[in-house]
Write a protein that binds this ligand. Sequence first.
Ligand code: MOS
Length: 757
Amino acid sequence: MPTTEEIPMASPIGRDTPRIDGPLKVSGTAHYASDFHFPGLLYAVPVEATIANGRIRQLDTTAAEKMPGVRAILHRANIGKIFRSSLGEGMEGICIERRPPLVDDVIRYYGQYVALAVADTFEAAKAAADAVRVTYDKNKPNVESQLKADDDPPVVATTYGTEKRLQSERGDAEAAFASAPVKLDQTYATPSETHNPIELQGTTAMWDGAKLTIYEESQAIFNMRSVLAQMFGLPQENVRVITKFVGSGFGSKLWPWTHCPLAAAAARKLGKPVKLVLSRKMMFQSVGHRAHTQQRVRLGATPEGKLVSLQQDYAYERSMLDDYHENCGEATSFQYSVPNLRVHFGRAKRNIGSPSDMRGPGAVPGLYATESAMNELADQLKIDPVQLRVLNEPKIDEGLKIPFSSRHYLECLQVGAEKFGWSQRNPEVGSMKRDGLTLGWGMAGAAWVAARFAAAANVELRDDGTARVACGTQDIGTGTYTILAQLTADKTGVPVDKVEVVLGDTSLPEGPVSGGSMATGSVVPAVFDAADNAAKSLMTLATTTAGSPFEKNEPDDLAFESGRVFVKANGPAGGIPFADILRRANVRFVTGSGESKATFEKKKPKFSTHSFGCHFVEVTWQPEIARLRVNRVVTVIDAGRIINPLAGRNQIEGAVVMGIGMALLEHTTYDPQNGAPINSNLADYIVAVNADAPSIDVHFLGYPDKVINPVGARGIGEIGLAGVAAAITAATYHATGVRVRALPIKIEDLLTSSILA
Ligand code: MOS
C-alpha cells in the first residue's frame, strides 16, 4: 500500500470531508439553473414533432396565437437567424446535434422541435404549444434494432475529430484466431439507455443589447459559451453562461442541445428573459442517450489460458444528424496482453435523437462485451476468471507500446477476491445455496481513461483569515465544490469551512469540463499554482509594508506554510498568520492566478494513463418465482490518490447501482411506427433505485499517480460503472445456467433456466 507521508498530517487531502454545499442543497437554498427568476420573465414550451421521418406540410399557429397570455409562436419563418457552429482548435465548441433548431422543414427524429410557444406563464405556453396544428408528409422511420454498419469510408468525421474505423491493430488477429486451439466467438448487445438526472434540462436566456446571458445546467460552461457565440454570431466575451448547481448530468448536459439556442433566439426576438425547461418526455428525445451497440468479440487462446488473438467488431446507432462516436474499443487495446489484436467499428444511422456521452461512454458498453467474453472463455477453459486475467496481465500498454503511469489491476483482483471470499466459489452452475436461495458469483474488470483538461483558477487570501477560490468549472453533484476547498485548504492552511468556493460562471478563470472523470484531476495543478502565486503576493506584501516584522527581508527569504509566513532560516515556529500581515497593510486580500495545461494534447505521451478496477458480484436466484437480485458487490478501484474518500466511495456506490440498472432494467424502446421513445417517463423507463441497491463494499487502492497531477489523483466518476454489467451477467449464469448476451437481463431470458424448480 502507498504511504501518506508526502501529504502533511494536517492536510484535508485524503480525509473524509462532508460536502460543503450539502447544507445549501438540503435547505433548498442552492439555486439550480431553472430556479432563477427575473422581472418580465416569459416561459417557452417547444412543439415536438410527432413523426420521426418526413417533412412539415403545414404549421398552423392561428389558434395558439390567440390564446390568453401568449406572446408569440415562433417557427422557422419568424424566429430569426441562428448559425451553425463548428468545431474549433483544441476541441473548442463541441456540439452533437449541430443543425440549428427550426432551420428547415425536415424531420429527422420524433420530438424534434418544430415551433416554440412563448407566454406569460408556463401553463399558457404549454396550452399554446399543444394548440399548434402541424401536419406532416410522413415516411416510415428507420428505428431497426439490428445494426448493420452503413457503408462509411475507412476514416470518418466524428463529434470530436476524425477516427479510423480500424481503430487498433497489431499482429495478425484473424490468422491467430484461425489457428488458436481454443476459440470463442460471441456477439453482445447493449440497448439505448437514457440519462435520467433528476434535474430537467433547461435554459433561461436574456439579452442586454448585444450581450447574451444564459442560465443552464451545463457540465461545460465554456464550451457552451463558444457554441452559443457561434450560433448567434457574437464575440465570446459577449456571452456569459452561469451554472451554479447541477442536479446531475451523467453526460447529457455536457454539450449544448437545441433547446438552448431556441430560448436565446426567443429572448432576442421578444426583448425579454425567456425560460425553457424540458419535460421528462423531452429528456428522452432531444438531449442525448447512450447508443445501442452490437459487438462481436472473438478470442483465441491456448489451453492454458494465454490469449493469442482478440478481435472486437462493433457497430453502434447514431442519428441522421450527428457524428457522435461511441468508442467501445477504448480499453480493448491495453487491458490484456495479446500479441494479435484487431478493433474495428461501424455505424448505423437511425431516425432517433442523437446519442451522446453517457457515464463511461464507449468503455462501459465496450467492457461489458470484452469482459463478458473473458468470463465465457474462462468457463470454456475451466479456469477461474480471476486467474485468466492474471495470466494475461500486460507489462506495458501493448497498443501504444508505452508503460502505464500506474497500473495495479492485479492488486485490485487480489484484494477484491479476498474481501469477497472468492476462494469459496464452486464454479459448478447452480451449485451454491444459502437460505433456500441459489447464489451466483461473478466478477469482471474495469478501466477508464485518466487525463487532464487545461484549467485556470484564482485564489485569494483575505484579511479575516479566510480564502476564496474561483474556477469556471462545474459541480455536477460529484463534490467539486468540496474538492476545491480541500485543495485550497491544503495549500493555504485555511480550514475547509473557511474557504469560499466560486464555480459555474464563464466570468471566472476558465475551468475544465465536468466530464470524462477529469474535473478533479484537472483543477489540482491550477489551484496549487494559484495558491502559490497568492502566497508570493503575500510575501512581497510582507516585505514591503512599513512596520511589518519582515520589512528587512527579501520575499525569497520567506516561506508560507499552514497559513503562516516565516523566515525560512528561522523555521516555522516564529511565523505570523497571513491575516495579520494583510490587516497591518490595510489590504483586504492578496490574489494569485494559476493555470495548467491539458495532458491529452501531447502528441507522443510517455505514459499510458488509466484507472483500473474490478467488481465481484453475488446474485441470489429464486427459481420458483424467477426472481433475480443483486445481493452483494465488492468493488476495488485503482484511481490514484483519493482526495475525498467520503465523496469518492459515494461516486463508486452510485456507479454500481447504475450498473445494476444497466444489467437488469434500463432500455429505451423506440416505437417502430412513429419512432417515439415509448417508455419516455420514469414509470416505464426503470432505473435502479434504493430498493435495488445491494450491500456495496468499495475499496480504493490509493497509489498516487504523479503523471496526472502533484496530488496523484485520477478521476472516479465513471470507472465504477465499467464492468458491473459483465460481472452481473456472469453471476447470473453461475446461478441460472443462462447466458444473457443482450442487456438488460429480462425475466423471460431466465425462464429457460435448466435449474428452474
Ligand atoms: Mo461524463 S459521460 O463525461 O459526463
